[in-house]
Design a protein. Structure first.
Length: 339
């Protein structure tokens, strides 16, 4: 069986019990593996040998962080186990897929958008009239104060944004193309600070009246309706480039830098994709005093994950958290926009 065909068969089987975002991640990881084997002239799964899997491990270990490598190798192991069940490869081959021994420190040091970077960018949007309440600004505000996954941001309709009551409502609607990662368990209202609600209210007043193919009104539409997740990623790359408000940290000129173009925006070393924004938001929410259980509910993650990978607060400070208000702590010290 050709390797790309085997990958598609495997992914089709997994779609029964996995979310779209998980399947998309596995497809990307296995696509990298397929491209690598193709470059080596390995075309069919029955040609795979244990030393090929070792070579792939060694190559990726020099390119990605330990936590990323761990995820990629687990994906490959599950794929090879599937091939074993299909009797497409010899039994025992999956056991030769090496999984790195990643300690908690390496796993918790996942890439994240730092709070100083994020607040500087939000401050730029809030104090620059031309940038205030634009699509880019609104998307970053929502991602930062809610810590939501990209699929959740994409799923928001206008009806899900309640500016008067200062909250957004994440809803699972797979029948019309916007599932949440955890299905019905991912549904939740999430409070936002008044300053963010004001930004969203201003945006709604000038939002184009656009509907998707299902007749729904996406809160963040593209010209053609509801944007794809890839389009949202590009918006993130473009929105998080620090040269918008400060000199380029890479000594480029913004007017001539190719990274400011849509097609090359992901190449900017300082731009951020959705995942680092989410992880940065989670760390920030903990740092400003929200208890882990509150953050876990807001971002739809297990509390043990929050406590293990993000919460570095001393015990005394954790006690103090219980005395602090929650939503008001999300209020960043930023000036109002000036016309």
């Amino acid at each position: 069986m050709p390797i790309p065909e085997a990958i598609e068969r495997y992914l089709q089987q997994r779609t029964v019990d996995a979310s779209d975002s998980s399947t998309s991640t596995w497809r990307y990881q296995l696509k990298l593996f397929a491209e690598w084997t193709d470059a080596l002239g390995i075309e069919r799964v029955e040609e795979l040998r244990g030393y090929d899997l070792d070579d792939w491990y060694s190559m990726r270990a020099g390119e990605v962080a330990p936590a990323t490598l761990e995820g990629e190798m687990w994906t490959l192991k599950k794929f090879v186990e599937y091939l074993e069940r299909r009797e497409a490869v010899p039994d025992g081959l999956a056991e030769k897929v090496k999984i790195p021994d990643v300690d908690d420190e390496d796993r918790s040091n996942d890439e994240r958008w730092s709070a100083p970077e994020a607040l500087a960018m939000l401050g730029f949007h809030r104090t620059t009239w031309a940038a205030f309440a634009t699509r880019e600004h609104v998307m970053l505000e929502l991602q930062w104060v809610t810590g939501a996954r990209l699929g959740g941001i994409r799923a928001l309709d206008v009806r899900d944004v309640h500016v008067d009551e200062a909250y957004v409502d994440f809803r699972h609607r797979p029948e019309t193309g916007t599932p949440l990662k955890n299905g019905r368990d991912g549904e939740r209202p999430v409070g936002i600070p008044p300053s963010t609600a004001a930004v969203l209210e201003r945006y709604l007043k000038k939002r184009s009246d656009v509907h998707d193919d299902n007749g729904r009104a996406p809160f963040l539409p593209s010209q053609r309706g509801r944007p794809t997740e890839n389009t949202l990623r590009v918006w993130n790359y473009l929105a998080t480039q620090p040269c918008k408000h400060s000199p380029c940290p890479h000594d480029n000129e913004r007017d001539t830098c190719e990274y400011t173009e849509r097609a090359h925006s992901s190449k900017c070393p300082s731009s951020r994709s959705p995942h680092p924004i989410r992880t940065g938001s989670i760390s920030w929410q903990l740092d400003i005093g929200l208890p882990p259980w509150v953050v876990a509910e807001r971002v739809n993650a297990h509390i043990d994950v929050i406590e293990q990978h993000y919460d570095k607060t001393p015990a005394r400070e954790r006690m103090e958290r219980r005395r602090r208000p929650f939503i008001t702590d999300l209020e960043a010290d930023l000036e109002d926009p000036k016309p």
